[in-house]
Design a protein around this ligand. Structure first.
Ligand code: GUN
Length: 295
């Protein structure tokens, strides 16, 4: 058997068309949705992600502000910048790219973002709302995974989903989203991680595997049940001398072998990644509407 490849790029494009129409409608009402991104330091992967977020804003006709600061930036300065963006009426979404350098307390910064502009959905207010089933903004990667499952015809309702990874950005929120009582969720969810005993056996019981552990090719094909659906969130850079840039991106799943066992699988790149950025745009539009009293 060879799995269907879930084309995240194409599904993201579908949603972006819907987003572009929404932007046009808002423009007609004199509202230009605006996103501010804040990058501290020179981490190459973070630079790439922030660059893609900015570019997508521009392509969709949204306003974007790119704040770039040196790795030595003081926590106090970053908090001041966040407050300034909170107050800026042209900015509807504020995103501070993670991880932050060690001298900055990440939770303190996330707490400083106005929850109404927290398009990442990382502020504890928004995490709490998600938990009780009344989300203001769903975190982008988890929301993208829900859309991918829905739009690729792999509904999670009643299925056993095993999430491998327990981060605040992906593992925990995707588990919460998929266990909610609604048509795009209703799953039975297990959250496994690096300390889980007999991890391969736990994964073998999954109808849907969500790999978000951040380790290249960590999940092997013989850990998968025949016909499992595999969502690979990993974006790991590995050395590759055949590429001009010297590296390539691989997921958390051993794709070449898993494709023979799974019924559907997301590629890396071109699976979850484009969805994350798209859901950020969806959240920014939602923020613009809410802040303008439209929804
Ligand atoms: N770092 C990795 N993923 C994300 C994300 O979704 N949002 C932010 N702000 N930082 C990240």
């Amino acid at each position: 058997m060879s799995a269907n490849i879930i084309d995240g790029k194409q599904i993201a494009e579908e949603i972006r068309k819907e987003v572009a129409q929404e932007v046009e409608k808002l423009n007609e009402q004199g509202i230009k949705p605006g996103l501010a991104t804040v990058l501290v330091g020179e981490d190459p992967a973070s630079q790439t992600y922030v660059g893609m977020k900015q570019k997508t804003c521009e392509v969709l006709g949204m306003h974007s502000i790119a704040e770039k600061h040196p790795a030595e930036m003081k926590e106090e300065e970053l908090l001041k910048l966040v407050e300034q963006l909170n107050q800026d009426p042209d900015v509807h979404g504020v995103l501070v790219q993670l991880p932050l350098p060690d001298q900055i307390d990440e939770q303190k910064v996330l707490l400083a973002i106005d929850p109404a502009k927290d398009v990442d959905g990382f502020h504890p207010d928004n995490v709490g709302r998600l938990m009780v089933g009344q989300p203001r903004f769903s975190p982008c990667t988890p929301a993208g995974i829900v859309e991918l499952l829905h739009r690729s015809g792999n509904p999670p309702a009643g299925k056993h989903v095993v999430v491998v990874g327990r981060s605040n950005i992906v593992g925990k929120p995707v588990a919460i989203l998929l266990m909610q009582k609604n048509d795009r969720a209703n799953a039975t969810v297990t959250v496994a991680h690096s300390r889980t005993q007999n991890l391969p056996d736990v994964v073998r019981d999954a109808d849907i595997v969500i790999a978000a552990i951040g380790s290249p090719h960590f999940i092997k094909a013989d850990w998968l049940k025949d016909g499992a659906v595999v969502i690979d969130v990993g974006t790991n850079r590995v050395d590759d001398a055949t590429r001009e840039r010297g590296w390539r991106l691989v997921g958390d799943v051993d794709f070449d072998a898993a494709v023979e066992v799974a019924s559907a699988i997301t590629p890396v790149p071109g699976g979850v990644g484009p969805m994350t950025i798209t859901m950020l745009m969806v959240n920014t539009i939602e923020a613009a509407k809410q802040l303008s009293g439209i929804s």
